[in-house]
Design a protein around this ligand. Structure first.
Ligand code: ADP
Length: 337
């Protein structure tokens, strides 16, 4: 649905050239939720704005829904942009217009008849749960409600792609979750392709199918969230994963156990339905290996349950290696720490 080919972008500030993106290639499939995560200044905003050409890449090509946007004259580009909705961190609503007017605005620009606009605004506000607020002004709404207006407005022209520029960064955790749930719902109901940028791993873990990690204007790691999250390779990715895993506690526990002479500390990772099965305890019973749990998480990545346990095995070397083998045969990933 979206393809970025060899994108380079630099800004000119006075006599200086500031590089923002270097050789970025990206493929986003129809219907997926694709996340881009990076620290401040990494190039996330520039990247997402290159998709609808709010920023023109210095080099490279941009395709959306089979059309090369980067080759279009302005008028055609404006038409194609209707297929791409966008929401923003600070909502960008018109403060002097009501909720209904804000949502109607892109439809008026597109020249729809008044009656159609009225119907469409009503159904959009129902979709985002704001029917009761149609006649309010943005200043009378909470942050979460403002972002719902932003989403309704972005969906007005029935886009195929929704770009989310740090859409939950100005919201508290609970409101963030309700907006993420809404994005997931829209993605499922409308089959909309969503690209979001964020600096929060929680956002990626909650709703994204795939993720790209950007650092210094380059994509340093990319893949399904389940893989990138459970087996981060690049130091920047590891940093982000630490945001949601309590690794500090783990470091303390590891140091303590190692000081006490332990050699058999492992991290066990499992995905999907096995998450709820007592495989670890069965394996330990079979081999007679005593286990103690140092740290444990059971959570979800979008629709996939996963578990990650750090345990210490007691017993003889052969008991420990038998247990590890047994767990691996049952599909668990075992990493000796
Ligand atoms: P992020 O969204 O990850 O914080 P940005 O895409 O905003 O990153 O910025 C990437 C780099 O480009 C940074 O070094 C930033 O200072 C620079 N940059 C972004 N926008 C501009 C601009 N309009 N003019 C000059 N430099 C810019």
């Amino acid at each position: 649905m979206i393809r970025l080919e060899h994108i380079e972008k630099s800004y000119t500030v006075g006599k200086l050239t500031v590089p923002a993106l270097r050789r970025v290639d990206l493929d986003v499939k129809q219907g997926e939720i694709f996340g881009v995560i990076g620290h401040s200044g990494a190039g996330k905003s520039t990247l997402i704005r290159c998709i609808n050409l709010l920023e023109r890449p210095t080099e490279g090509r941009v395709f959306v829904d089979g059309v090369e946007l980067s080759a279009l004259p302005d008028k055609r580009l404006q038409e194609e942009r209707r297929k791409i909705g966008m929401i923003f961190q600070h909502f960008n609503l018109l403060s002097s217009a009501t909720v209904a007017k804000n949502v109607a605005f892109p439809l008026e620009l597109a020249g729809l008849p008044k009656a159609d606009i009225r119907d469409r605004v009503r159904s959009l506000l129902a979709l985002v749960g704001l029917e009761e607020h149609a006649d309010k002004y943005p200043s009378q709404l909470s942050g979460g409600q403002k972002q719902r207006v932003g989403i309704a407005r972005a969906l007005a022209n029935e886009p195929k792609v929704l770009l989310c520029d740090e859409a939950t960064s100005a919201l508290d955790p609970q409101t963030t979750n309700s907006i993420l749930a809404l994005l997931l719902d829209i993605n499922k109901k409308l089959g909309l392709t969503i690209v979001l940028i964020t600096h929060e791993m929680h956002v990626i873990r909650s709703i994204c199918d795939r993720v790209a990690v950007i650092d210094g204007g380059t994509i340093v790691e990319e893949g399904p969230v389940t893989e990138v999250f459970l087996k981060p390779q690049h130091p920047t990715t590891k940093d982000f994963v630490e945001q949601v895993a309590d690794r500090f506690e783990l470091k303390e526990a590891l140091a303590h156990e190692k000081a006490a002479g332990s050699r058999s500390i492992v991290r066990i990772t499992y995905l999907g339905e096995t998450t709820y099965e007592p495989v670890l305890f069965e394996a330990a019973r079979e081999t007679g290996t005593p286990i103690s749990i140092l740290q444990g998480t059971i959570s979800r990545m979008k629709d996939t349950p996963y578990g990650q346990l750090v345990v210490e095995f007691g017993g003889s070397d052969s008991q420990v290696s038998d247990t590890i083998t047994l767990l691996r045969t049952r599909g668990f990933d075992v990493e000796v720490l």
